[in-house]
Design a protein around this ligand. Structure first.
Ligand code: AHR
Length: 300
């Protein structure tokens, strides 16, 4: 089982603080920064934690190395947000062999390891993709859609795309990845504007890429939100401001602020309490009727 082990002498001077190794996948988006801030605010000494936080800069090998370091350090819990779904079998087995419980955060994995993690917490990406598609189906059923994909192989990309395409697949005229960043979203859109001159809509897997797309569309002398509609996922402040400014047409939220919930799960797991295998964070959606007050009141 994944409860605390009894090697209580390995505290290394951190008293009875819970040693946590957190491997964040990167700092690619406003969403990610808000998620990191939320994690750091929750895993404080005052709250009983000794946190080692490592940013992998969107590279799986960096994440694997960080997780191995956490195992060597003998942390009490490992938490990580996997940049892609596959390729974790070996390191998950190593954590399991070391009897260190793993909390999977935000993105999911595909693995052959049996019972590979203690718990998962994150959003329902398929539901997000479906919510976006339902809006398009109702409001712009004839749209010619270019799909701006997130990091290829990330569960956030795979699941959003699967659900969106299940409803609107016939309307998709092209796809390219913008790796969840503003700069790559802009570059992919510049290329798409050339390749697909008849496009009337972009479905972007996150706000940062949508914000990059807006720059590319405006630079091409077109009006985002009108000539080319934009539907996006996340709901970070900049994205919602662009929605309010009518440059984006619809935003499905992906809530990144759940550090406290991760910390609660970590405490319970270390205490040997049973936890739910899955916690799904609740998300909402916004259209252009969003008020400035709603945007100003958001923390991220
Ligand atoms: O995994 C969640 C996704 O990752 C967010 O939608 C995106 O902004 C982030 O980079």
């Amino acid at each position: 089982s994944s409860g605390s082990d009894d090697d209580s002498t390995s505290g290394g001077g951190s008293g009875d603080l819970i040693k946590v190794g957190f491997s964040q996948l990167g700092a690619e988006s406003g969403w990610r920064t808000a998620n990191t801030d939320s994690v750091k605010a929750a895993f404080t000494k005052e709250n009983g934690f000794d946190l080692t936080f490592v940013d992998a800069q969107q590279k799986q090998e960096n994440q694997i190395k960080a997780i191995r370091d956490f195992i060597d350090q003998g942390v009490d819990v490992i938490a990580f947000s996997p940049v892609v779904e596959t390729g974790w079998d070996q390191v998950l087995q190593e954590a399991k062999d070391a009897e260190i419980p793993v909390i999977l955060v935000d993105r999911t994995v595909k693995t052959t390891v049996d019972d590979p993690f203690a718990t998962y917490i994150g959003s329902d990406f398929e539901k997000e993709g479906d919510t976006a598609a339902q809006w398009v189906k109702t409001n712009s059923p004839d749209a010619k859609i270019f799909e701006l994909q997130g990091t290829l192989g990330a569960s956030a990309q795979v699941d959003r795309e699967k659900a969106f395409d299940a409803v609107m697949g016939d309307n998709i005229i092209g796809k390219a990845s913008g790796n969840f960043t503003r700069a790559e979203g802009k570059a992919a859109t510049e290329a798409a504007l050339q390749a697909y001159p008849d496009m009337t809509m972009i479905f972007s897997h996150n706000d940062d890429m949508a914000l990059g797309a807006i720059e590319a569309i405006e630079a091409a002398g077109k009006t985002p939100g009108k000539d080319i509609q934009i539907v996006s996922i996340d709901g970070v402040k900049d994205g919602l401001q662009a929605l309010h400014d009518k440059k984006i047409n619809y935003v499905v939220e992906c809530n990144p602020v759940y550090g406290d919930q991760i910390a609660d799960l970590a405490k319970k797991i270390v205490a040997g309490d049973t936890v739910e295998k899955k916690t799904i964070v609740t998300d909402q959606a916004f259209d252009q009727t969003i008020t400035q007050d709603t945007i100003d009141a958001r923390k991220y």
